[in-house]
Design a protein around this ligand. Structure first.
Ligand SMILES: Nc1ncnc2c1ncn2[C@@H]1O[C@H](COP(=O)(O)OP(=O)(O)OP(=O)(O)O)[C@@H](O)[C@H]1O
Length: 601
Protein backbone atom coordinates (compact mmCIF):
# COMPACT_ATOMS: atom_id res chain seq x y z
CA UNK A 1 0.00 0.00 0.00
CA UNK A 2 1.20 3.48 -0.84
CA UNK A 3 0.53 5.75 2.09
CA UNK A 4 0.38 9.49 2.29
CA UNK A 5 3.51 9.54 4.42
CA UNK A 6 5.40 7.65 1.70
CA UNK A 7 4.39 10.34 -0.78
CA UNK A 8 5.64 13.00 1.65
CA UNK A 9 8.88 11.10 2.07
CA UNK A 10 9.42 10.86 -1.70
CA UNK A 11 8.61 14.52 -2.06
CA UNK A 12 11.26 15.31 0.58
CA UNK A 13 13.79 13.15 -1.24
CA UNK A 14 13.04 14.78 -4.60
CA UNK A 15 13.27 18.28 -3.08
CA UNK A 16 16.60 17.38 -1.50
CA UNK A 17 17.81 15.87 -4.76
CA UNK A 18 16.86 19.08 -6.51
CA UNK A 19 18.56 21.23 -3.87
CA UNK A 20 21.78 19.20 -3.93
CA UNK A 21 21.99 18.37 -7.62
CA UNK A 22 19.71 20.80 -9.51
CA UNK A 23 21.23 20.24 -12.94
CA UNK A 24 21.21 16.45 -12.69
CA UNK A 25 17.65 16.49 -11.37
CA UNK A 26 16.57 18.69 -14.29
CA UNK A 27 18.36 16.47 -16.80
CA UNK A 28 16.77 13.39 -15.24
CA UNK A 29 13.28 14.84 -15.65
CA UNK A 30 14.02 15.94 -19.21
CA UNK A 31 15.14 12.37 -19.98
CA UNK A 32 11.79 11.03 -18.77
CA UNK A 33 9.85 13.60 -20.83
CA UNK A 34 11.92 12.93 -23.96
CA UNK A 35 11.52 9.16 -23.49
CA UNK A 36 7.75 9.66 -23.27
CA UNK A 37 7.64 11.80 -26.41
CA UNK A 38 10.02 9.50 -28.33
CA UNK A 39 7.79 6.42 -27.87
CA UNK A 40 4.66 8.20 -29.00
CA UNK A 41 6.52 10.19 -31.69
CA UNK A 42 7.76 7.00 -33.31
CA UNK A 43 4.20 5.67 -33.75
CA UNK A 44 2.97 8.99 -35.19
CA UNK A 45 5.99 9.22 -37.52
CA UNK A 46 5.40 5.71 -38.86
CA UNK A 47 1.74 6.56 -39.49
CA UNK A 48 2.86 9.60 -41.47
CA UNK A 49 5.29 7.51 -43.52
CA UNK A 50 2.67 4.87 -44.33
CA UNK A 51 -0.05 7.42 -45.16
CA UNK A 52 2.39 9.51 -47.22
CA UNK A 53 3.62 6.47 -49.15
CA UNK A 54 0.13 5.09 -49.92
CA UNK A 55 -1.21 8.55 -50.90
CA UNK A 56 1.93 9.42 -52.95
CA UNK A 57 2.54 12.37 -50.66
CA UNK A 58 6.37 12.44 -50.64
CA UNK A 59 6.84 15.41 -48.25
CA UNK A 60 4.61 13.72 -45.63
CA UNK A 61 6.45 10.42 -46.02
CA UNK A 62 9.88 12.14 -45.84
CA UNK A 63 8.83 14.29 -42.87
CA UNK A 64 7.64 11.11 -41.13
CA UNK A 65 10.99 9.43 -41.85
CA UNK A 66 12.93 12.36 -40.31
CA UNK A 67 10.68 12.29 -37.23
CA UNK A 68 11.07 8.52 -36.97
CA UNK A 69 14.86 8.86 -37.08
CA UNK A 70 14.75 11.57 -34.39
CA UNK A 71 12.42 9.50 -32.21
CA UNK A 72 14.60 6.37 -32.57
CA UNK A 73 17.74 8.33 -31.66
CA UNK A 74 16.01 9.99 -28.69
CA UNK A 75 14.74 6.61 -27.45
CA UNK A 76 18.24 5.11 -27.67
CA UNK A 77 19.96 8.05 -25.96
CA UNK A 78 17.39 8.33 -23.16
CA UNK A 79 17.59 4.60 -22.38
CA UNK A 80 21.38 4.87 -21.94
CA UNK A 81 21.26 8.19 -20.05
CA UNK A 82 18.53 7.03 -17.69
CA UNK A 83 20.87 4.39 -16.29
CA UNK A 84 23.84 6.69 -16.12
CA UNK A 85 22.27 9.87 -14.81
CA UNK A 86 19.20 8.51 -13.06
CA UNK A 87 20.73 5.58 -11.25
CA UNK A 88 24.40 6.25 -10.94
CA UNK A 89 24.65 9.99 -10.58
CA UNK A 90 21.44 11.14 -8.94
CA UNK A 91 20.64 8.14 -6.74
CA UNK A 92 24.28 7.46 -5.77
CA UNK A 93 24.84 11.07 -4.88
CA UNK A 94 21.83 11.37 -2.62
CA UNK A 95 21.43 7.78 -1.37
CA UNK A 96 24.77 6.50 -0.05
CA UNK A 97 25.84 10.14 0.21
CA UNK A 98 23.35 12.46 1.87
CA UNK A 99 20.71 10.02 3.13
CA UNK A 100 23.24 7.57 4.61
CA UNK A 101 24.75 10.51 6.53
CA UNK A 102 21.30 11.47 7.76
CA UNK A 103 20.58 7.92 8.91
CA UNK A 104 23.93 7.76 10.70
CA UNK A 105 23.19 11.09 12.36
CA UNK A 106 19.72 10.04 13.51
CA UNK A 107 21.05 6.75 14.90
CA UNK A 108 24.00 8.38 16.64
CA UNK A 109 22.23 11.47 17.97
CA UNK A 110 19.62 9.56 19.98
CA UNK A 111 20.51 9.96 23.63
CA UNK A 112 20.09 6.35 24.71
CA UNK A 113 21.14 3.06 23.16
CA UNK A 114 17.90 1.10 23.40
CA UNK A 115 17.48 1.26 19.63
CA UNK A 116 20.85 -0.47 19.26
CA UNK A 117 20.25 -3.25 21.77
CA UNK A 118 16.58 -4.14 21.50
CA UNK A 119 15.98 -6.98 19.03
CA UNK A 120 13.01 -5.58 17.09
CA UNK A 121 14.60 -2.12 16.82
CA UNK A 122 17.91 -3.65 15.83
CA UNK A 123 16.26 -5.41 12.86
CA UNK A 124 15.11 -2.02 11.53
CA UNK A 125 18.47 -0.38 12.10
CA UNK A 126 20.12 -3.36 10.42
CA UNK A 127 17.92 -2.91 7.36
CA UNK A 128 18.66 0.81 7.23
CA UNK A 129 22.39 0.15 7.14
CA UNK A 130 22.08 -0.97 3.54
CA UNK A 131 18.94 0.69 2.28
CA UNK A 132 19.86 4.34 1.65
CA UNK A 133 20.27 3.62 -2.08
CA UNK A 134 16.91 1.85 -2.30
CA UNK A 135 15.18 4.67 -0.41
CA UNK A 136 16.27 7.28 -2.95
CA UNK A 137 15.84 4.98 -5.94
CA UNK A 138 12.27 4.38 -4.67
CA UNK A 139 11.47 8.09 -5.01
CA UNK A 140 12.62 8.06 -8.63
CA UNK A 141 10.74 4.84 -9.30
CA UNK A 142 7.63 6.67 -8.12
CA UNK A 143 8.40 9.47 -10.61
CA UNK A 144 8.88 6.93 -13.40
CA UNK A 145 5.60 5.27 -12.46
CA UNK A 146 3.86 8.59 -13.13
CA UNK A 147 5.61 8.91 -16.51
CA UNK A 148 4.71 5.34 -17.40
CA UNK A 149 1.08 6.02 -16.53
CA UNK A 150 1.22 9.14 -18.72
CA UNK A 151 2.75 7.15 -21.58
CA UNK A 152 0.02 4.57 -21.22
CA UNK A 153 -2.67 7.24 -21.28
CA UNK A 154 -1.23 8.85 -24.44
CA UNK A 155 -0.86 5.49 -26.19
CA UNK A 156 -4.43 4.51 -25.35
CA UNK A 157 -5.86 7.85 -26.44
CA UNK A 158 -4.13 7.43 -29.83
CA UNK A 159 -5.58 3.94 -30.12
CA UNK A 160 -9.00 5.30 -29.14
CA UNK A 161 -8.73 7.82 -31.95
CA UNK A 162 -8.46 4.97 -34.43
CA UNK A 163 -11.22 2.89 -32.87
CA UNK A 164 -13.14 3.39 -29.62
CA UNK A 165 -13.02 -0.41 -29.27
CA UNK A 166 -9.34 -0.15 -28.59
CA UNK A 167 -10.14 1.94 -25.49
CA UNK A 168 -11.28 -1.15 -23.70
CA UNK A 169 -7.62 -2.03 -23.58
CA UNK A 170 -7.39 0.66 -20.93
CA UNK A 171 -9.72 -1.26 -18.65
CA UNK A 172 -8.04 -4.47 -19.72
CA UNK A 173 -4.68 -3.22 -18.47
CA UNK A 174 -6.13 -3.79 -14.98
CA UNK A 175 -6.08 -7.58 -15.56
CA UNK A 176 -2.29 -8.07 -15.70
CA UNK A 177 -1.90 -5.49 -12.93
CA UNK A 178 -4.35 -7.38 -10.70
CA UNK A 179 -2.74 -10.72 -11.53
CA UNK A 180 0.65 -9.22 -10.84
CA UNK A 181 -0.53 -8.10 -7.40
CA UNK A 182 -1.62 -11.69 -6.66
CA UNK A 183 1.74 -12.96 -7.91
CA UNK A 184 3.54 -10.46 -5.70
CA UNK A 185 1.42 -11.52 -2.73
CA UNK A 186 2.55 -15.14 -3.26
CA UNK A 187 6.21 -14.10 -3.33
CA UNK A 188 5.93 -11.79 -0.32
CA UNK A 189 4.20 -14.41 1.79
CA UNK A 190 6.88 -16.96 0.93
CA UNK A 191 9.57 -14.39 1.70
CA UNK A 192 8.10 -13.74 5.13
CA UNK A 193 7.40 -17.36 6.05
CA UNK A 194 10.93 -18.42 5.09
CA UNK A 195 12.63 -15.40 6.67
CA UNK A 196 13.60 -17.27 9.83
CA UNK A 197 15.13 -20.21 7.96
CA UNK A 198 16.86 -17.75 5.66
CA UNK A 199 18.33 -15.88 8.66
CA UNK A 200 19.39 -19.19 10.18
CA UNK A 201 21.15 -20.19 6.97
CA UNK A 202 22.94 -16.82 6.82
CA UNK A 203 23.88 -17.09 10.48
CA UNK A 204 25.29 -20.59 10.04
CA UNK A 205 27.24 -19.49 6.98
CA UNK A 206 28.72 -16.55 8.88
CA UNK A 207 29.48 -18.79 11.83
CA UNK A 208 31.34 -21.23 9.60
CA UNK A 209 33.37 -18.45 8.00
CA UNK A 210 33.93 -16.34 11.10
CA UNK A 211 37.37 -16.34 12.62
CA UNK A 212 36.01 -16.04 16.18
CA UNK A 213 34.25 -19.41 16.02
CA UNK A 214 36.79 -21.04 13.68
CA UNK A 215 38.92 -22.62 16.40
CA UNK A 216 36.00 -24.03 18.39
CA UNK A 217 34.36 -25.48 15.30
CA UNK A 218 37.59 -27.19 14.26
CA UNK A 219 38.37 -28.53 17.70
CA UNK A 220 34.86 -29.87 18.25
CA UNK A 221 34.71 -31.24 14.70
CA UNK A 222 31.36 -29.53 14.21
CA UNK A 223 31.91 -28.61 10.55
CA UNK A 224 29.75 -31.41 9.11
CA UNK A 225 26.95 -30.80 11.57
CA UNK A 226 27.06 -27.10 10.75
CA UNK A 227 26.92 -27.82 7.03
CA UNK A 228 24.03 -30.19 7.46
CA UNK A 229 22.08 -27.58 9.44
CA UNK A 230 22.87 -24.95 6.86
CA UNK A 231 21.82 -27.21 4.00
CA UNK A 232 18.55 -28.11 5.70
CA UNK A 233 17.72 -24.46 6.34
CA UNK A 234 18.57 -23.50 2.77
CA UNK A 235 16.58 -26.38 1.31
CA UNK A 236 13.49 -25.30 3.27
CA UNK A 237 13.91 -21.74 1.96
CA UNK A 238 14.47 -22.76 -1.66
CA UNK A 239 11.62 -25.28 -1.67
CA UNK A 240 9.00 -22.84 -0.38
CA UNK A 241 10.22 -19.92 -2.48
CA UNK A 242 10.33 -22.06 -5.62
CA UNK A 243 6.73 -23.12 -5.10
CA UNK A 244 5.74 -19.49 -4.60
CA UNK A 245 7.59 -18.50 -7.77
CA UNK A 246 5.73 -21.12 -9.77
CA UNK A 247 2.38 -19.90 -8.41
CA UNK A 248 3.29 -16.30 -9.10
CA UNK A 249 4.42 -17.25 -12.63
CA UNK A 250 1.01 -18.85 -13.23
CA UNK A 251 -0.78 -15.68 -12.10
CA UNK A 252 1.32 -13.50 -14.37
CA UNK A 253 0.86 -15.85 -17.32
CA UNK A 254 -2.90 -15.73 -16.82
CA UNK A 255 -2.94 -11.92 -16.70
CA UNK A 256 -0.90 -11.47 -19.85
CA UNK A 257 -2.69 -14.21 -21.75
CA UNK A 258 -6.08 -12.55 -21.18
CA UNK A 259 -4.59 -9.20 -22.19
CA UNK A 260 -2.95 -10.57 -25.34
CA UNK A 261 -6.11 -12.38 -26.47
CA UNK A 262 -8.33 -9.32 -26.11
CA UNK A 263 -5.67 -7.14 -27.67
CA UNK A 264 -5.45 -9.44 -30.69
CA UNK A 265 -9.25 -9.24 -31.07
CA UNK A 266 -9.09 -5.43 -30.93
CA UNK A 267 -6.38 -5.44 -33.55
CA UNK A 268 -8.58 -7.58 -35.81
CA UNK A 269 -11.30 -4.90 -35.52
CA UNK A 270 -8.87 -2.26 -36.84
CA UNK A 271 -7.92 -4.54 -39.74
CA UNK A 272 -11.58 -4.97 -40.63
CA UNK A 273 -12.03 -1.16 -40.45
CA UNK A 274 -9.06 -0.70 -42.78
CA UNK A 275 -10.49 -3.25 -45.19
CA UNK A 276 -13.73 -1.27 -45.21
CA UNK A 277 -11.77 1.97 -45.78
CA UNK A 278 -12.80 3.38 -42.38
CA UNK A 279 -9.12 3.51 -41.29
CA UNK A 280 -5.99 4.37 -43.23
CA UNK A 281 -2.98 2.10 -43.74
CA UNK A 282 -1.10 4.60 -41.54
CA UNK A 283 -3.61 3.92 -38.74
CA UNK A 284 -2.94 0.20 -39.02
CA UNK A 285 0.83 0.76 -38.92
CA UNK A 286 0.46 3.06 -35.90
CA UNK A 287 -1.77 0.61 -34.07
CA UNK A 288 0.70 -2.23 -34.70
CA UNK A 289 3.59 -0.02 -33.53
CA UNK A 290 1.71 1.04 -30.43
CA UNK A 291 0.61 -2.54 -29.88
CA UNK A 292 4.22 -3.63 -29.88
CA UNK A 293 5.09 -0.95 -27.32
CA UNK A 294 1.98 -1.44 -25.21
CA UNK A 295 3.05 -4.66 -23.56
CA UNK A 296 6.51 -3.40 -22.50
CA UNK A 297 4.90 -0.13 -21.38
CA UNK A 298 2.35 -1.88 -19.19
CA UNK A 299 5.01 -4.30 -17.98
CA UNK A 300 7.30 -1.40 -17.04
CA UNK A 301 4.41 0.40 -15.33
CA UNK A 302 3.50 -2.77 -13.42
CA UNK A 303 7.13 -3.32 -12.45
CA UNK A 304 7.51 0.26 -11.27
CA UNK A 305 4.21 0.11 -9.45
CA UNK A 306 5.33 -3.12 -7.79
CA UNK A 307 8.57 -1.44 -6.73
CA UNK A 308 6.66 1.57 -5.48
CA UNK A 309 4.13 -0.54 -3.59
CA UNK A 310 6.81 -2.55 -1.84
CA UNK A 311 8.81 0.56 -0.99
CA UNK A 312 7.38 0.31 2.52
CA UNK A 313 9.93 -2.40 3.29
CA UNK A 314 12.63 0.28 3.32
CA UNK A 315 10.58 3.39 4.06
CA UNK A 316 8.86 2.06 7.19
CA UNK A 317 12.14 1.51 9.12
CA UNK A 318 13.37 4.93 8.02
CA UNK A 319 10.18 6.72 9.06
CA UNK A 320 10.24 4.77 12.32
CA UNK A 321 13.81 5.94 12.97
CA UNK A 322 12.90 9.53 12.11
CA UNK A 323 9.90 9.46 14.46
CA UNK A 324 11.87 7.72 17.17
CA UNK A 325 14.68 10.30 16.94
CA UNK A 326 12.15 13.16 16.87
CA UNK A 327 10.36 11.77 19.95
CA UNK A 328 13.75 11.48 21.66
CA UNK A 329 14.52 15.15 20.88
CA UNK A 330 11.02 16.26 21.88
CA UNK A 331 11.32 14.55 25.24
CA UNK A 332 13.46 17.52 26.17
CA UNK A 333 16.71 16.50 27.72
CA UNK A 334 18.26 18.19 30.68
CA UNK A 335 19.73 21.65 30.29
CA UNK A 336 21.62 22.04 33.56
CA UNK A 337 25.41 22.02 33.50
CA UNK A 338 27.21 19.48 35.68
CA UNK A 339 29.18 20.89 38.60
CA UNK A 340 32.83 21.84 38.08
CA UNK A 341 33.79 19.80 41.11
CA UNK A 342 31.79 17.01 42.78
CA UNK A 343 31.17 17.87 46.43
CA UNK A 344 28.72 15.26 47.77
CA UNK A 345 28.70 12.55 45.15
CA UNK A 346 26.24 10.55 43.09
CA UNK A 347 23.24 9.18 44.91
CA UNK A 348 20.98 6.37 43.72
CA UNK A 349 17.52 6.76 45.27
CA UNK A 350 15.31 3.72 44.78
CA UNK A 351 16.59 3.23 41.23
CA UNK A 352 14.97 0.48 39.18
CA UNK A 353 15.25 -0.42 35.54
CA UNK A 354 13.62 -3.14 33.46
CA UNK A 355 14.71 -3.61 29.84
CA UNK A 356 11.84 -3.30 27.38
CA UNK A 357 10.46 -6.68 26.46
CA UNK A 358 11.70 -8.32 29.68
CA UNK A 359 9.85 -8.98 32.90
CA UNK A 360 12.53 -9.06 35.58
CA UNK A 361 14.13 -5.74 36.65
CA UNK A 362 17.81 -5.60 35.75
CA UNK A 363 18.16 -3.14 38.65
CA UNK A 364 15.72 -3.32 41.51
CA UNK A 365 15.21 -0.46 43.96
CA UNK A 366 18.89 0.40 44.41
CA UNK A 367 19.66 3.13 46.95
CA UNK A 368 23.24 4.09 47.72
CA UNK A 369 25.48 7.16 47.85
CA UNK A 370 28.71 7.01 45.84
CA UNK A 371 30.70 9.63 47.79
CA UNK A 372 32.63 12.29 45.87
CA UNK A 373 36.29 11.37 45.48
CA UNK A 374 35.75 7.69 46.18
CA UNK A 375 36.72 4.53 44.35
CA UNK A 376 33.64 2.34 44.06
CA UNK A 377 33.82 -1.29 43.02
CA UNK A 378 30.79 -3.19 41.77
CA UNK A 379 30.79 -6.94 42.02
CA UNK A 380 28.23 -9.63 41.45
CA UNK A 381 27.62 -12.71 39.40
CA UNK A 382 26.94 -12.68 35.66
CA UNK A 383 23.75 -10.85 34.83
CA UNK A 384 23.44 -9.27 38.28
CA UNK A 385 23.02 -5.73 36.87
CA UNK A 386 26.54 -4.26 37.00
CA UNK A 387 26.65 -3.04 33.40
CA UNK A 388 23.08 -1.79 33.65
CA UNK A 389 24.05 0.42 36.57
CA UNK A 390 26.97 1.77 34.51
CA UNK A 391 24.66 2.40 31.54
CA UNK A 392 22.28 4.41 33.73
CA UNK A 393 25.21 6.52 34.92
CA UNK A 394 26.09 7.27 31.29
CA UNK A 395 22.43 8.24 30.58
CA UNK A 396 22.19 5.49 27.97
CA UNK A 397 18.94 4.47 29.63
CA UNK A 398 16.65 6.38 31.98
CA UNK A 399 15.63 4.68 35.24
CA UNK A 400 11.99 3.72 35.19
CA UNK A 401 11.81 4.06 38.95
CA UNK A 402 13.69 6.31 41.37
CA UNK A 403 16.32 8.97 40.62
CA UNK A 404 20.05 9.37 40.29
CA UNK A 405 21.27 12.62 41.86
CA UNK A 406 24.57 14.30 41.04
CA UNK A 407 25.35 16.61 43.96
CA UNK A 408 21.60 16.82 44.52
CA UNK A 409 20.65 17.48 40.88
CA UNK A 410 18.72 14.81 39.00
CA UNK A 411 20.99 13.30 36.35
CA UNK A 412 18.01 13.48 33.97
CA UNK A 413 18.08 17.28 34.28
CA UNK A 414 21.77 17.55 33.36
CA UNK A 415 22.70 18.36 29.79
CA UNK A 416 23.63 14.92 28.44
CA UNK A 417 26.45 16.12 26.21
CA UNK A 418 27.96 18.18 29.02
CA UNK A 419 27.65 15.27 31.46
CA UNK A 420 29.29 12.86 29.03
CA UNK A 421 32.03 15.40 28.41
CA UNK A 422 32.85 15.05 32.11
CA UNK A 423 32.76 11.26 32.00
CA UNK A 424 35.52 8.89 30.99
CA UNK A 425 34.80 5.25 30.41
CA UNK A 426 36.37 2.01 29.27
CA UNK A 427 33.55 -0.44 28.61
CA UNK A 428 33.93 -4.18 28.40
CA UNK A 429 32.55 -4.12 24.85
CA UNK A 430 34.96 -1.45 23.67
CA UNK A 431 35.23 -0.17 20.10
CA UNK A 432 38.19 -0.84 17.79
CA UNK A 433 38.08 1.88 15.09
CA UNK A 434 40.09 0.27 12.27
CA UNK A 435 39.95 3.51 10.25
CA UNK A 436 42.22 5.28 12.74
CA UNK A 437 45.89 5.21 13.68
CA UNK A 438 46.93 4.09 17.15
CA UNK A 439 47.44 7.73 18.25
CA UNK A 440 44.01 8.74 16.94
CA UNK A 441 42.32 5.69 18.48
CA UNK A 442 43.64 6.87 21.84
CA UNK A 443 43.04 10.60 21.22
CA UNK A 444 39.40 9.90 20.37
CA UNK A 445 38.78 9.77 24.13
CA UNK A 446 38.93 13.57 24.22
CA UNK A 447 38.30 15.15 20.84
CA UNK A 448 39.50 18.56 22.03
CA UNK A 449 42.97 17.05 22.53
CA UNK A 450 42.91 14.44 19.77
CA UNK A 451 46.14 15.73 18.26
CA UNK A 452 47.82 16.84 21.47
CA UNK A 453 50.99 14.67 21.75
CA UNK A 454 51.29 15.27 25.49
CA UNK A 455 47.67 14.26 26.22
CA UNK A 456 47.97 11.15 24.07
CA UNK A 457 51.34 10.22 25.63
CA UNK A 458 49.96 10.65 29.16
CA UNK A 459 46.91 8.53 28.34
CA UNK A 460 49.09 5.79 26.85
CA UNK A 461 51.31 5.81 29.92
CA UNK A 462 48.28 5.68 32.24
CA UNK A 463 47.09 2.53 30.49
CA UNK A 464 50.54 0.95 30.59
CA UNK A 465 50.38 0.90 26.81
CA UNK A 466 53.81 2.43 25.96
CA UNK A 467 54.98 -1.02 24.91
CA UNK A 468 52.29 -1.18 22.21
CA UNK A 469 53.30 2.14 20.69
CA UNK A 470 56.96 1.06 20.65
CA UNK A 471 56.19 -2.26 18.98
CA UNK A 472 54.11 -0.76 16.16
CA UNK A 473 55.97 -0.18 12.86
CA UNK A 474 55.04 3.50 12.62
CA UNK A 475 54.46 4.10 16.33
CA UNK A 476 51.47 6.34 16.99
CA UNK A 477 50.89 6.72 13.25
CA UNK A 478 50.34 3.02 12.67
CA UNK A 479 46.90 2.22 11.33
CA UNK A 480 45.12 -0.39 13.44
CA UNK A 481 43.17 -3.45 12.41
CA UNK A 482 43.51 -5.61 9.34
CA UNK A 483 40.21 -4.47 7.81
CA UNK A 484 41.87 -1.50 6.09
CA UNK A 485 45.40 -2.78 5.73
CA UNK A 486 46.55 -1.88 9.23
CA UNK A 487 48.28 -3.86 11.94
CA UNK A 488 46.19 -6.17 14.09
CA UNK A 489 46.54 -6.09 17.86
CA UNK A 490 46.10 -8.86 20.39
CA UNK A 491 42.95 -8.80 22.53
CA UNK A 492 44.93 -7.46 25.49
CA UNK A 493 46.50 -4.74 23.34
CA UNK A 494 43.06 -3.68 22.08
CA UNK A 495 41.88 -3.48 25.67
CA UNK A 496 44.87 -1.38 26.69
CA UNK A 497 44.15 0.93 23.75
CA UNK A 498 40.58 1.33 25.03
CA UNK A 499 41.91 2.03 28.51
CA UNK A 500 44.29 4.65 27.15
CA UNK A 501 41.38 6.23 25.27
CA UNK A 502 39.43 6.38 28.54
CA UNK A 503 42.37 8.10 30.19
CA UNK A 504 42.46 11.08 27.84
CA UNK A 505 40.33 13.43 29.94
CA UNK A 506 42.20 15.16 32.73
CA UNK A 507 39.24 16.20 34.88
CA UNK A 508 36.26 13.86 34.59
CA UNK A 509 33.67 13.77 37.36
CA UNK A 510 33.02 10.08 36.72
CA UNK A 511 35.59 7.56 35.60
CA UNK A 512 34.17 4.16 34.67
CA UNK A 513 36.23 1.03 34.25
CA UNK A 514 33.92 -1.83 33.23
CA UNK A 515 35.93 -5.06 33.39
CA UNK A 516 39.06 -3.12 32.42
CA UNK A 517 41.46 -6.03 32.64
CA UNK A 518 39.38 -8.96 31.39
CA UNK A 519 41.79 -9.59 28.50
CA UNK A 520 45.02 -8.85 30.35
CA UNK A 521 47.57 -11.14 31.98
CA UNK A 522 48.11 -11.08 35.75
CA UNK A 523 51.17 -8.74 35.81
CA UNK A 524 49.45 -6.24 33.48
CA UNK A 525 46.31 -6.46 35.54
CA UNK A 526 48.18 -5.74 38.74
CA UNK A 527 50.15 -2.85 37.16
CA UNK A 528 46.99 -1.32 35.74
CA UNK A 529 45.01 -1.54 38.93
CA UNK A 530 47.83 0.06 40.89
CA UNK A 531 48.01 2.88 38.33
CA UNK A 532 44.28 3.41 38.20
CA UNK A 533 43.99 3.50 41.97
CA UNK A 534 46.62 6.27 41.91
CA UNK A 535 44.84 7.99 39.09
CA UNK A 536 41.55 7.75 40.99
CA UNK A 537 43.13 9.52 43.98
CA UNK A 538 44.58 12.18 41.71
CA UNK A 539 41.25 12.79 39.95
CA UNK A 540 39.44 12.81 43.30
CA UNK A 541 41.72 15.56 44.59
CA UNK A 542 41.31 17.52 41.37
CA UNK A 543 37.57 17.34 40.70
CA UNK A 544 36.06 15.11 43.38
CA UNK A 545 35.79 12.46 40.66
CA UNK A 546 34.28 9.10 41.45
CA UNK A 547 35.98 6.07 39.94
CA UNK A 548 33.66 3.12 39.39
CA UNK A 549 35.27 -0.24 38.68
CA UNK A 550 33.37 -3.33 37.66
CA UNK A 551 35.37 -6.49 38.07
CA UNK A 552 35.01 -10.18 38.69
CA UNK A 553 38.50 -10.37 40.24
CA UNK A 554 38.00 -9.61 43.90
CA UNK A 555 41.68 -9.55 44.74
CA UNK A 556 42.10 -6.32 42.76
CA UNK A 557 39.32 -4.51 44.56
CA UNK A 558 40.53 -4.51 48.14
CA UNK A 559 41.71 -0.88 47.81
CA UNK A 560 38.25 0.41 46.85
CA UNK A 561 36.53 2.73 49.35
CA UNK A 562 33.14 1.22 48.73
CA UNK A 563 32.17 -2.12 47.29
CA UNK A 564 28.63 -2.76 46.03
CA UNK A 565 27.47 -6.35 45.79
CA UNK A 566 24.64 -6.88 43.33
CA UNK A 567 22.51 -9.96 43.06
CA UNK A 568 19.69 -10.30 40.49
CA UNK A 569 19.52 -6.54 40.23
CA UNK A 570 19.32 -5.86 43.97
CA UNK A 571 22.02 -4.27 46.07
CA UNK A 572 22.45 -6.94 48.73
CA UNK A 573 25.61 -5.67 50.47
CA UNK A 574 27.86 -2.65 50.50
CA UNK A 575 30.85 -1.47 52.49
CA UNK A 576 34.64 -1.57 52.42
CA UNK A 577 36.58 -4.77 51.74
CA UNK A 578 37.27 -5.18 55.47
CA UNK A 579 33.68 -4.54 56.50
CA UNK A 580 32.34 -6.97 53.95
CA UNK A 581 34.82 -9.67 54.91
CA UNK A 582 33.82 -9.39 58.53
CA UNK A 583 30.15 -9.83 57.72
CA UNK A 584 29.38 -13.43 56.74
CA UNK A 585 27.65 -12.45 53.49
CA UNK A 586 27.83 -13.00 49.74
CA UNK A 587 31.00 -10.95 49.26
CA UNK A 588 32.91 -12.91 51.92
CA UNK A 589 31.67 -16.14 50.38
CA UNK A 590 32.69 -15.20 46.82
CA UNK A 591 36.00 -13.75 47.97
CA UNK A 592 36.73 -16.94 49.93
CA UNK A 593 35.95 -19.08 46.89
CA UNK A 594 38.23 -17.06 44.61
CA UNK A 595 41.09 -16.98 47.10
CA UNK A 596 40.81 -20.72 47.66
CA UNK A 597 40.84 -21.32 43.90
CA UNK A 598 44.00 -19.22 43.42
CA UNK A 599 45.74 -20.76 46.47
CA UNK A 600 45.00 -24.30 45.34
CA UNK A 601 46.52 -23.36 41.97
N1 LIG B 1 19.84 -4.87 26.18
C1 LIG B 1 19.24 -5.71 27.01
N2 LIG B 1 17.99 -6.10 26.76
C2 LIG B 1 17.35 -6.96 27.60
N3 LIG B 1 17.89 -7.47 28.71
C3 LIG B 1 19.15 -7.11 29.02
C4 LIG B 1 19.90 -6.23 28.18
N4 LIG B 1 21.13 -6.06 28.73
C5 LIG B 1 21.13 -6.80 29.86
N5 LIG B 1 19.95 -7.43 30.02
C6 LIG B 1 19.57 -8.30 31.14
O1 LIG B 1 19.65 -7.54 32.34
C7 LIG B 1 20.24 -8.28 33.38
C8 LIG B 1 21.47 -7.55 33.91
O2 LIG B 1 22.43 -7.51 32.88
P1 LIG B 1 23.83 -6.75 33.04
O3 LIG B 1 24.48 -6.75 31.72
O4 LIG B 1 23.60 -5.46 33.71
O5 LIG B 1 24.56 -7.73 34.05
P2 LIG B 1 26.10 -7.77 34.46
O6 LIG B 1 26.11 -7.96 35.93
O7 LIG B 1 26.82 -6.61 33.91
O8 LIG B 1 26.56 -9.10 33.74
P3 LIG B 1 28.05 -9.50 33.25
O9 LIG B 1 28.87 -9.74 34.45
O10 LIG B 1 27.78 -10.77 32.46
O11 LIG B 1 28.53 -8.39 32.38
C9 LIG B 1 20.54 -9.65 32.79
O12 LIG B 1 19.49 -10.51 33.16
C10 LIG B 1 20.55 -9.45 31.31
O13 LIG B 1 20.10 -10.60 30.64
Amino acid sequence: MIRLRYLRFWWDILRTTHARAPVLTGVNLVIEIVALLAGVGMALALRAIANGATAGDTPEALGGAVWAACAATAALVTTRLRDLIGNFLVVDKIGPGWLADRITYEVAAIEGIEHMERGDYLDRIGLLRTSSWELVAGAWTAVRTIFSALRLAVVLSLLGEVSPWLLMLFALAAVPIWCDARARGQLNRAQISTAEQFRLQRHLFELATDVAAAKEIRVSGATDQLLEHQERAWHAVVHERFQARMRSFAWRLLGWSVFTMVFTAALAIVMVQAAEDRSTVGDVVMVITLAASLQPTIQAAVGQLTGTMSAGLHIEPYLWLRDYAAADRARGHGRLQPPQVLRDGIEFKGVSYTYPGTLRPALDDVSILLPAGSVVAIVGEFGSGKSTLIKLLGKFYQPDGGRILVDGTDLADLDTEAWRARTSAAYQDFGRYPHLTFGEAVGLGDLAHLTSPSHVADAIAAADADGIAESLPAGLDTRLGRAFGGVDLSEGQWQKTALARASMRYAPLLFVLDEPTASLDAPSEHAIFTRYMERARHLAAHSGAITVIVSHRFSTLAGADLILVLDKGALIEHGSHRQLLKAPGRYAELYGMQTAAYTSD
